[in-house]
Design a protein around this ligand. Structure first.
Ligand code: NAP
Length: 294
C-alpha cells in the first residue's frame, strides 16, 4: 500500500482517485471546492484542507488540474507541492499542459528533491472510470518504473515516451488527432442527415470499416442525440489546440488541418459553448450548413 495524494478531483481526478482506493492505496484528496473531496471520502479516501496537508506524508503526489497556470499554482509557493512533499516522493502530473512548462516544473521539482513525471492521459471520463486510460509518460526511466503500481491502477496502455516534457508533446499530438476526428465525424453526420440516411445504421457500418474509431464509438451517438454533456469540455480542447498549434509553429511544422479545427473550436468557446463536451463541435458544423434549426 502506498500513500497517494491527489490534487484536483474533477471529471478525471475523482474517478482516478477512486480507482487508487480500490487498488488498496491510502489516498488523500484535495480539491479547490469541498464537495468533490466529500465524494472521495465517501469511497474510502481521506480529505485534506490544503495542498500542504494532502502531500506531507505522501509517497506519490498526483496533480490533475486544468491548465499550465493551475499546475504552477498548486506545485509552487509556500502551500504548494514542492515546498511540502517529502524528499524522494514521486510527483506525477496527469494534467495536460504545455510541454515547455512541464520541462521547467520538472527541473524545479528535482531541485526540491522530488521525482517528476509528466503523464497526461487519454481515454476520457469513461476511461478514467474504468481504469483503462492511455498514459504517455515523460521523465527518468527509473522513476517511470517506480510508478508502475499507480499507473496500473488507473491505466491500461502505459508507455514511457522519453525525458521530461515528452509525455506532454505526445499528448499534444493526441489532441490534434482527436479534434480532427471529431470534426470529420461531425461533417459526416451532418452530410448523412442531409440525405435522410438512417444515421444509426450508417454509424454502425462505418464503425466496422476503416472509418471506425474510438471517436466514432464514443461520440457518434452523442451527435445523433444532440447530447453534449461533458465529458471533455470544449474549453479544455481549446487550451490543447493552442498548445499544439504554438508548439508546431516553434518546431517549424505546418499543421493546416489542426489550425482550422483550432479556429472552429475557438469560435465555439468565444460564443459561450466552452462547457459543452468536445463532440459539441457538431453544433458549429450544423450551423455552417444552416441546418441547426431542423
Ligand atoms: P475538471 O473537471 O475541470 O477538473 C479540474 C479540477 O481541478 C476541479 O475539481 C477543480 O476544482 C480543480 N482546480 C482547477 N483549477 C485549480 C487551481 N488553480 N487550483 C486548485 N484546484 C484547481 O477537469 P478535467 O476534465 O478533470 O481535466 C483535468 C485535466 O485532465 C486537464 O488538463 C484536461 O485537459 C485533462 N484531460 C481531461 C479529459 C476529460 O475527458 N475530461 C481527458 C484527458 C485529459 P473546482 O471543483 O474548484 O473547480
Amino acid at each position: 500500500m502506498t500513500n497517494v495524494a491527489v490534487i484536483g478531483l474533477g471529471i478525471m481526478g475523482l474517478p482516478m482517485a477512486k480507482n487508487l482506493v480500490k487498488a488498496g492505496h491510502q489516498v488523500t484528496g484535495y480539491n479547490r471546492s469541498q464537495e468533490k473531496v466529500d465524494k472521495l471520502v465517501a469511497e474510502g479516501g481521506k480529505g485534506a484542507a490544503s495542498v500542504a496537508e494532502a502531500v506531507k506524508d505522501a509517497d506519490v503526489v498526483i496533480t490533475m488540474v486544468p491548465d499550465s497556470p493551475d499546475v504552477e499554482a498548486v506545485v509552487t509557493g509556500d502551500d504548494g507541492v514542492f515546498a511540502n512533499a517529502r524528499e524522494g516522493a514521486l510527483w506525477i502530473d496527469f494534467s495536460t499542459i504545455r510541454p515547455d512548462v512541464a520541462v521547467q516544473l520538472a527541473e524545479s521539482a528535482r531541485k526540491a528533491g522530488l521525482k517528476p513525471l509528466d503523464a497526461p492521459v487519454s481515454g476520457g471520463e469513461a476511461g478514467a472510470i474504468d481504469g483503462v486510460l492511455s498514459i504517455m509518460v515523460g521523465g527518468e526511466a527509473a522513476d517511470f518504473d517506480s510508478a508502475s503500481e499507480v499507473f496500473d491502477a488507473v491505466g491500461k496502455t502505459i508507455v514511457h515516451v522519453g525525458p521530461a516534457g515528452s509525455g506532454q508533446t505526445v499528448k499534444a499530438a493526441n489532441q490534434l488527432i482527436v479534434a480532427a476526428n471529431i470534426q470529420a465525424l461531425s461533417e459526416a453526420v451532418v452530410f448523412l442527415e442531409a440525405y435522410g440516411v438512417d444515421t444509426a445504421a450508417a454509424l454502425k457500418v462505418l464503425g466496422g470499416g476503416l472509418a471506425g474509431s474510438k471517436v466514432l464509438d464514443q461520440k457518434g451517438q452523442k451527435m445523433l442525440d444532440r447530447s453534449f454533456e461533458p465529458g471533455f469540455r470544449l474549453k479544455l480542447h481549446h487550451k490543447d489546440l493552442n498548445i499544439v498549434t504554438s508548439a508546431a509553429r516553434e518546431a517549424g511544422v505546418t499543421i493546416p488541418l489542426g489550425a482550422v479545427v483550432a479556429q472552429l473550436v475557438g469560435s465555439m468557446v468565444n460564443q459561450g459553448d466552452g462547457d459543452l463536451d468536445h463532440s459539441g463541435l457538431f453544433k458549429l458544423v450544423e450551423q455552417l450548413s444552416g441546418r441547426d434549426n431542423d
